[in-house]
Design a protein. Structure first.
Length: 221
């Protein structure tokens, strides 16, 4: 997503989002993690003291049955990583954890088969949400925006790479942050952003130093 599209989508999340939408989409946008990695998160992976999340697994669920999930290693070896998370997003997670703890006390008695596995995002019965849940929620929110492009949760990884590139983060650090072993994938996005930044820099110079650059008119005939 371009910057204005991301802002528009996140505003739709704040205005029209259902339960968990705010935490899901802010975390995806500002962490670069895959949706399967998000679904697999457990509270033991979250460090509020350092504002970091450790990614060591992904959720595999080919049948879209929440009870038939598997936790498997991430996509690649490089995908096992620790990522810094913005403090404001961590505050969202901290509030979510408090609410979840309160509900858990009730739900343990409500569901005989309560699945107490400490997932960050789970249904009332404790079973984790799956990638399809996030896809459905995203489609719903996109309808509340003017964004016409086909977008899935994976787009937030590309958006996050763009944000890091715009912030001046070097390519190797970006690759490590998003867990990319394949340099080509990251490079395409990185080069697109940096080339755009160079063009913008040239335009800014032209605007601010137009009078100096107007050499032809300033020269005496």
């Amino acid at each position: 997503m371009e910057r204005d599209e991301l802002f528009e989508f996140l505003n739709a999340v704040k205005e029209y989002g259902l339960e968990y939408d705010l935490e899901w989409f802010y975390l995806l946008a500002f962490s670069g993690m895959r949706s399967g990695e998000l679904c697999a998160l457990k509270w033991s992976d979250v460090n509020f003291a350092t504002n970091e999340i450790r990614i060591t697994k992904t959720l595999y669920n080919p049948d879209n049955n929440m009870r038939k999930y598997e936790l498997t290693p991430p996509k690649t070896k490089g995908s096992i990583r620790t990522v810094d998370i913005d403090e404001s997003v961590m505050k969202l997670l901290k509030k979510h954890k408090v609410k979840q703890a309160e509900k858990r006390l009730v739900n343990r008695h409500k569901y005989q088969d309560y699945h107490d596995q400490n997932f960050v995002f789970c249904h009332e019965n404790g079973y984790p949400f799956i990638q399809k849940n996030i896809i459905v929620r995203m489609k719903r929110l996109l309808k509340k925006t003017s964004i016409k492009k086909h977008a899935t949760p994976h787009i937030f990884r590309h958006t996050h790479i763009s944000m890091l590139a715009e912030a001046g983060v070097d390519l190797p650090t970006i690759m490590k942050h998003v867990g990319h072993d394949n340099r080509e994938t990251t490079m395409k996005i990185y080069m697109h952003v940096t080339e755009k930044m160079k063009k913008n820099a040239s335009e800014k110079i032209n605007i601010h130093f137009r009078s100096v650059l107007n050499i032809t008119n300033s020269q005496k005939m």
